[in-house]
Ligand binder design. Structure first.
Ligand SMILES: Cc1cc2nc3c(=O)[nH]c(=O)nc-3n(C[C@H](O)[C@H](O)[C@H](O)COP(=O)(O)OP(=O)(O)OC[C@H]3O[C@@H](n4cnc5c(N)ncnc54)[C@H](O)[C@@H]3O)c2cc1C
Length: 290
């Protein structure tokens, strides 16, 4: 099916893009990598009257480090994130997640900002960025604000972004001390979206015990969700295989697990435990290498 008719805009500055959003309000949709919006438009599940393409707006892509924070432009493609030397050395969990998104075309066109704004409950970036305690920088004609990734996404395909707002950057604080992160997912065999994905960032104290952890799951609930019971169970423990297995068994505890076409709630809860165990094990071994 073809998309419903719309007017196409190609602004060349953020200010111009914001002006167009202000002018057309609910009728306007931003376009980044087109990998999620265009399929929805072709199915007529989205029928924006105005499409504002961000492709020609400079300054929205690239990966840099500033004051202990890795700053990633919203228009940075999955491929560019995954191949950034900064990301590969300092945030290897992000590089391994980027390489598992979709296929080559999706990774070359789809963007990190588009993925967060689209808020698919099975997407990879929300889990990885929640585990890394990342925020996003958002602009509107009224000014700019920061929002934690965990608070950005409120439900399936739903965020706190208001009409008129543009996601500018993803900001990832560089972890300090002895830490390691890892991402594990069971990909859907056709789309590669996560049937279940687990992202774990684990911090060890000088004695080798877990001093903190952040574990986030995708694919099992209506939005990215922290596995709080696993985090609690790991705290203060020596992260040996038995302790990790026992903590990971609680992955779905307290989470309203959602059945979907890829499996029942029971199946997904079991996968959450299995993939959390794998992610925590690898995160711990990365922390031990530091
Ligand atoms: C075949 C296929 C397989 C895929 N597999 C995976 C997978 O394995 N894992 C995964 O995580 N994802 C997967 N995706 C989704 C992919 O990652 C998309 O790139 C992503 O969801 C959307 O990014 P985009 O840049 O293409 O955004 P677009 O499609 O251009 O936009 C998506 C939404 O975000 C809004 N938007 C875009 N940019 C901004 C901005 N800067 N500020 C505010 N709002 C904005 C748009 O208005 C729209 O509502 C897959 C997609 C396809 C087609």
């Amino acid at each position: 099916m073809y998309a419903a008719p719309f007017e196409y805009h190609l602004p060349t500055t953020v200010a111009e893009a914001l002006g167009l959003l202000e002018k057309f309000g609910d009728e306007a949709k931003l376009l980044s990598g087109s990998q999620s919006l265009v399929p929805l438009m072709k199915l007529r599940l989205a029928t924006p009257g105005h499409v504002v393409d961000l492709r020609k707006v400079p300054g929205l892509s690239g990966v840099t480090e500033s004051g202990g924070t890795v700053v990633i432009g919203a228009m940075t493609t999955h491929y560019e994130v995954g191949s950034s030397p900064l990301v590969r050395t300092k945030l290897p969990m992000m590089a391994e997640a980027a390489g598992q998104i979709g296929d080559t075309q999706v990774r070359n066109l789809g963007t990190i900002g588009g993925s967060l704004a689209h808020a698919d409950p099975s997407a990879d970036w929300p889990a990885v960025l929640a585990a890394l305690d990342a925020s996003v920088r958002i602009a509107s004609s009224r000014g700019e604000r920061n929002v934690k990734v965990e608070e950005l996404i409120v439900g399936p395909l739903t965020t706190v972004l208001a009409p008129g707002e543009i996601l500018l950057q993803v900001r990832v604080p560089l972890p300090a001390g002895r830490y390691g992160g890892a991402y594990e997912k069971l990909p859907h065999p056709a789309s590669r979206f996560a049937i279940v994905g687990a992202a774990a960032e684990v911090f060890l104290d000088p004695g080798g015990k877990v001093s903190n952890s952040r574990i986030a799951l995708t694919g099992i609930a209506s939005k990215v969700t922290r596995a709080g019971y696993v985090e609690q169970a790991l705290l203060g423990k020596a992260p040996d295989p038995a302790a990790i297995k026992s903590a990971a068994a609680r992955a779905a505890q307290g989470i309203e697990v959602r059945a979907d076409l890829t499996g029942s709630a029971e199946y997904k809860a079991n996968l959450a435990a299995v993939y959390t165990e794998r992610a925590v094990k690898r995160a711990v071994s990365r922390a031990l290498e530091r």
